[in-house]
Design a protein around this ligand. Structure first.
Ligand SMILES: N[C@@H](CCC(=O)N[C@@H](CS)C(=O)NCC(=O)O)C(=O)O
Length: 207
């Protein structure tokens, strides 16, 4: 097994959290390098694009959260071997990433500009993608997004839904998911209650 070091902000969400969870669930040893928001200015200097997450694999720095998640998913046995199931898994990951990309610029906004931009997302693309994810989940049996088992796609949606529900995102109503796509909340709750995930967050004294 390669030596792995994952670098990301010290909070239970965002673009690295699905990879952290995947490695925990799969029993993959890794260095969990976490840093504070003020420390990011220094950390980003050592990254190719000034962005995180990064994964060092035997000392080589790799970027792009979904590539990292797919890779650690393969190591952890949480990525489909079947080409079609892998396609379904990737599709879900890209939809969530598209939503992340749209949300990204709003973190640099403040006041009314942020409110207007976030409400436009809530009433537009965010609701569309949540509705699509719910129909995709239901079309595949209602429990998992692909492969009839837990995959990295489930972990990516899990982290996203928790983020939307958390109240951390100003102007995104905490009941948005419940109103638009309640099956995603049920999916999130099932994953949150699974023994490996309960154990993971208990380690941090968080839920
Ligand atoms: N395409 C990249 C995007 C990474 C990204 O935007 N990361 C954010 C944190 S979640 C960041 O570092 N933002 C700082 C910046 O872009 O200046 C990925 O998926 O890893």
């Amino acid at each position: 097994m390669p030596q792995l070091k994952l670098s990301y902000f010290d909070f239970h969400g965002g673009r690295a959290e699905p990879a952290r969870l995947a490695m925990h669930i799969g029993g993959i040893a890794f260095e969990d390098h976490r840093f504070t928001f003020p420390e990011f200015a220094e950390v980003r200097e050592a990254t190719p694009f000034g962005q995180v997450p990064t994964l060092q694999v035997d000392g080589t720095v790799v970027t792009q959260s979904d590539s990292i998640l797919r890779y650690v998913g393969k190591l952890a046995g949480l990525y489909p071997a079947d080409a079609y199931q892998a396609l379904l898994c990737d599709e879900v990951m890209y939809v969530v990433e598209d939503a992340n990309v749209k949300l990204g610029p709003t973190f640099r906004m403040t006041g009314d500009a942020q409110k207007e931009a976030r409400l436009a997302l809530v009433n537009g693309s965010m609701s569309t993608y949540l509705g699509w994810l719910q129909s995709q989940l239901m079309a595949h049996g209602g429990e998992f997004f692909a492969d009839n088992r837990l995959t990295v796609a489930d972990l990516k949606v899990f982290v996203d839904v928790r983020g939307l529900n958390s109240g951390r995102l100003d102007h995104v109503p905490t009941d948005l998911v419940e109103r638009v796509a309640p099956a995603l909340n049920a999916h999130m709750q099932r994953i949150a209650n699974s023994p490996a995930v309960v154990e993971y967050y208990a380690k941090f004294g968080a839920k």
